[in-house]
Design a protein. Structure first.
Length: 100
């Protein structure tokens, strides 16, 4: 059975990309292999610390509910999550406009 892969695109600063290319070459691997290994290692560390669990059959909503109970218990937080996300995106976009 062939597993369909998902693509991830990263925008890197030129200096960062050159550093990545050099280290990967010195290790004798491609930048893709180097990044994959580094990300896999970080995910394993996070999962070991309980930050996230391995992918399961749970839906995103079920995982969110689990994390919400873990960190907030039965407390009901004020406000609307969608409004919070919208405001955070607007603030981010405003900062980006100031910079660029």
């Amino acid at each position: 059975m062939v597993v369909k892969k998902k693509r991830l695109t990263l925008d890197l600063e030129p200096t960062f990309q050159r550093r990545l290319k050099v280290v990967a070459a010195l290790k004798g691997v491609t930048m893709r292999q180097y990044c994959y290994t580094a990300i896999d290692r970080e995910l394993a560390l996070d999962e070991a610390q309980g930050i996230a669990g391995p992918v399961s059959g749970w839906s995103d909503a079920e995982r969110f509910e689990e994390l919400q109970k873990k960190y907030f218990g039965d407390r009901v937080l004020p406000g609307n999550g969608a409004d919070f996300i919208r405001e955070a995106r607007e603030a981010r976009d405003a900062r980006m406009e100031e910079v660029g």
